[in-house]
Structure formats: structure tokens, C-alpha cells
Design a protein around this ligand. Sequence first.
Ligand code: NAP
Length: 285
Amino acid sequence: MSSPILVIGALGNVGAEVVKHLLNAGVKVRASDMSEEKIKARFGSSVEAVRFDFTDPKTYEVTFKGVEKMFLLRPPHITNIKRDMYPSINAAKRAGVKHVVFLSLIGIESAKYVPHYKVETYLKEVNLQTTFLRCSFFMQNLSTTHRQEIKERNEIFVPVGKAKTSFIDARDIGAVAAVALTQTGHGNKNYDLTGSEALDYWQVTKILSEVLRREIQYKNPNPVYFLIETMQRGTPFMFALVMMGLYTSTRFGMAEPITTEVEKLTGRKPISFQEFANDYKENWM
Ligand SMILES: NC(=O)c1ccc[n+]([C@@H]2O[C@H](COP(=O)([O-])OP(=O)(O)OC[C@H]3O[C@@H](n4cnc5c(N)ncnc54)[C@H](OP(=O)(O)O)[C@@H]3O)[C@@H](O)[C@H]2O)c1
């Protein structure tokens, strides 16, 4: 029997897309997340559903048994990597996992204080073969984190000035991850993944306004006002702080560079923001 490919965070924005692309490639998938029932409800019997919790060692054995390759992500709320992620990485290694495709951040090489840096470094330290998918901002941030403000206030509230962002669609990241997990030659490679265009938020709101047939405005607060207002709207302090940090780096042009990795790896052009907006418009209706 061939060994299954494990997908951690299989119900998340990217994980669910990794599962879909792996199934399309005809491989056996073990999908893991916090709830086995929800995995079954989403993917039916097409996958082996397993409950996995980074912070619960009792879930490790059944998750990693017989696995050689896995897709790994850091759930956004996990910040103590040593305490909450090292133990499961050690368990994966002991169980025989050889290759890890890890969802990381573009520019991480020079951001040692960011949790993903610690994960990347540790995966290398324990001698796992790695593929780091270092991604730009997800288009899906607008259909998740910023969904409510677009839907209810007709605005996008981010402190990035006139800087551009080379947004990537999570569906493209899923496609790249599946390539790295099913084809040879991707071990110990780092891929900087972006979309094929960089847009400022006036361009983003123009596209959304046309697709939704109502005006969506770009509010461009200063970073401090962004932090205060985001907390007042209900976002916990730490999460709002991380958002402020990321958007401040965007403000200084850090999210503008465009790469061609998605096309090189999948053989097709990245999904455009226009396509994303059309496909996800129900979210903001
Ligand atoms: N957003 C961006 O623009 C961007 C750009 C580059 C990189 N990234 C990175 O991408 C990652 C997030 O990816 P995503 O958006 O696909 O994540 P996501 O949609 O938040 O999915 C994370 C999944 O992990 C599950 N989870 C939560 N706690 C867990 C635990 N203790 N053990 C096991 N699973 C757990 C969540 O379940 P519940 O829903 O039940 O909690 C959820 O299904 C982050 O590391 C982020 O920094 C994001």
C-alpha cells in the first residue's frame, strides 16, 4: 500500500486547496485538523480524516503513522513555536516523515523575529527535507479577515498608503504544494510565491466595486489609528498588532515584488485579482 500524503490544517484556506489538488493528482490523502467530523463533512470518504492538535501529543501517533510527506502550516494563533510546534515536528520525524512542504512568508529570511522563521530553522535542524512556500498576501484575506468591513461598511480598512501588494490566491498555493508533494526535485527548495500583478488598494476597491456593483472605499488610516480601531472592532490585541506589523511593512513597499514561480511550477498563470473577486463575490453580498 502506498503511503498517504498528510495535510495539516486541511480545513484552512490553503490546506483545503492542497487536499483538492492532491486528490486531483490521484494520490492518497490523510487530511488532519482540529475536528474529524468537519473533515468528513467537507471531503467525505475521499480522504482519511484524522483529528490532529499541535498541542495534544495524544493525536500524534495516528496522524503521522506511515507518512513520508506532509504539508505543514502554522495556525495563525500559535506564536510559541518551541512549546507548540517542536513536539509534533519531533514526532513526525520519529514516525518516518521525510519531506515537509511548509507554508511560510515571503521575506522571511530577513525576519528572524517572525514565528515562521523558527519553524523553517527547526525543520532544517532536525534534518527533514523541506520545501518552503514563502507566500505574499493571500487574496482570501479579503474574503475572511476583511470580509465584514467590505460587506457591512463598504470599505477596506488597511494602513498601507499607496503601496502595492502582489496578492496571491490560496488556490494557487494549493496547486504549488501539490506539485512539490507529488513530483520529484522539490526537496530543499524555497519558492517565493506571488500573483502576477501588484495592486494598490484603490485598484483593489475599484475591482470590487465593479464586481459587487456598489462602491467600496479604501480607508487608509495611519498605523496607530489602525491598531486602535481594529481592536475596537473586536480583534484581539496580539492579532491586531501582527496585522499592523505586516501592513506597515507593506506600506514601505515590501509586498510589491512579483515572482514567476507559480507559473513555472504549475504550468499556468496565477489567478488574477479580478478572477478571485468574481469567484468569491457571494462572500461580500
Ligand atoms: N494570510 C496571508 O496573507 C498569509 C500570507 C503568507 C503566509 N501566511 C501564513 O499562512 C498560515 C495560515 O494559513 P491559512 O490561512 O490556510 O490558515 P487558516 O485558514 O487559519 O487554517 C488553519 C487551520 O488550522 C487549524 N488549527 C488551529 N489550531 C490548531 C491546532 N492547535 N492544531 C491543529 N490545527 C489547528 C484551524 O482550525 P480552527 O479553524 O478550528 O481553529 C484551521 O482549520 C499562517 O501561518 C500565516 O502566517 C498567511
